[in-house]
Design a protein around this ligand. Sequence first.
Ligand code: ADP
Ligand code: MG
Ligand code: ZN
Length: 524
Amino acid sequence: MEYEAVIGLETHVQLKTKSKMWCGCANAFGAEPNTNVCPVCLGLPGVLPVPNEEALRLTVLTGYLLNCEIPRFAKFDRKSYFYPDMPKNYQITQYDKPSTANGYVEFEFSGTGVSPVQSGAGIPSENRRDAHSTIARVRITRAHLEEDVGKSFHFDRNSGVDFNRAGVPLMEIVSEPDITSADMAYEYLNALKEILVQGGVSDCDMEKGMVRCDVNVSVRPVGTKELGAKIEIKNMNSFSGVRRALEYEIPRQIEVLKSGGTLVQSTRRWDEVTGITEEMRTKEHAHDYRYFPDPDLMPLAPGEEWLAEVKLRVVELPLARKQRFMRDYQLPASDAETFKSDLPLGNYFEGIAQQAKNPKAVANWVINNLRAKVAEANERRTGVAPVSLQEDHAEKSDTGATPVLHVTLTDLKFKPAALLELVSLVENKTINSSAAQQVFSEMFDTGKSPAAIVQEKGLAQVSDTGAIERFCDEVIAAHPGPANDFKSGKTAALNFLKGQVMKLSKGKANPALVGEILERKLRN
Ligand code: ADP
Ligand code: MG
Ligand code: ZN
């Protein structure tokens, strides 16, 4: 019998707010232990929580970004359990009335078991034929708001708890069991992260533990509808860890069933070092959280005006952006992918591409040259002699001594239109491609216009056939060996001769013309 995996993810994301969920303490990572704390987030008796409105906005914003409904009634509940890092002995969360529900995420994924969502209208077919051409959809059950807990540390002889994280706004995004493989789970998480980062909901910094996830997985015979026993792998803190855990867990479950065993609903732990999952507890020992509405907090009833304001913060989704770049500028998927992930670079490109006859040529300059130059300049700024690209944007470094020059796309020395000029100089064959590289380098460093640089450096391509004829005659006379090689059928010898002519012209000859003229002369 063939088996298939069924996966649903519960993803916890720390929200990008200045303060915590119920108090004014800073929502900041990396402070000395227990310095961002107060009676409220320490859960002392008699205190009252006050909801952080920005956290409410970011949760609803997430709802919009994930195509969810925003119910006009939501509330907070207490989820009771005991754990040393949670001093109130309950976590405030949203149980049966979450702030958002019933949405979906779409992302590119080509794998088995995915029913593709058709799209790509208007994208040229040669660009659509791409390794990542299938759009998968995972439904979102809900995205609700809760609070993070503290963090325990275990030392040699004792343990400690840091409550800086206690009360940090935490959003839980629950997916429907629509995921069918380890790779698909991985791509779903990456897509979700990109949406949340670009939407300004969370920085999703994995190193700082801003995203953690519980993985629910079961298996069932292919073709059946009924779900198998749900096994939950708790508290994963990396996307590659999720993928590895599933790559272990799915075959394990299938193996149990194939060898006649049964699976029971249970919770497991992933061991990063040994690469296996281990059982922690089964259904019989499941927690009873005794949820009930938090009497300290008013229910939520978001009004039209408030919702409209949140809606203004909705950004274009990364996948829609990629498809738009492919459609509007006829870019191949790889270029559009770059502009999808790198917002400033994509915006810069777009500012120019709207006037470009050949947006692909502009994309090449932006991706291959401009991006590299900016990175290089930013690298050099930390070195001994920082390039003074925009002195006025100099910031004081941490030491306060040397100015840190950060090169960004908004303060480049050349005007965006100069890139269009450069493209047309190449297209109308005024300069050849190696001269164009020189021109780009110079305009990046000095801000001079491409035409001025061509003039100044004498880079205009020689298309004067008379001059090229003379260079060719000279080279053939100077290299009788290769010339005879070519005549006797070794066509590769032409490249050598071509190179010599280019050299003689100081790189300015029109390479196509050189090839033509040389061949004509040698075949005579
Ligand atoms: P619980 O109430 O135990 O938290 P839920 O029904 O809310 O369980 O589901 C939690 C997560 O587990 C969701 O992401 C859901 O899609 C997923 N899930 C539920 N049942 C299964 C199953 N049988 N196999 C895989 N995932 C499942
Ligand atoms: Mg759950
Ligand atoms: Zn506090």
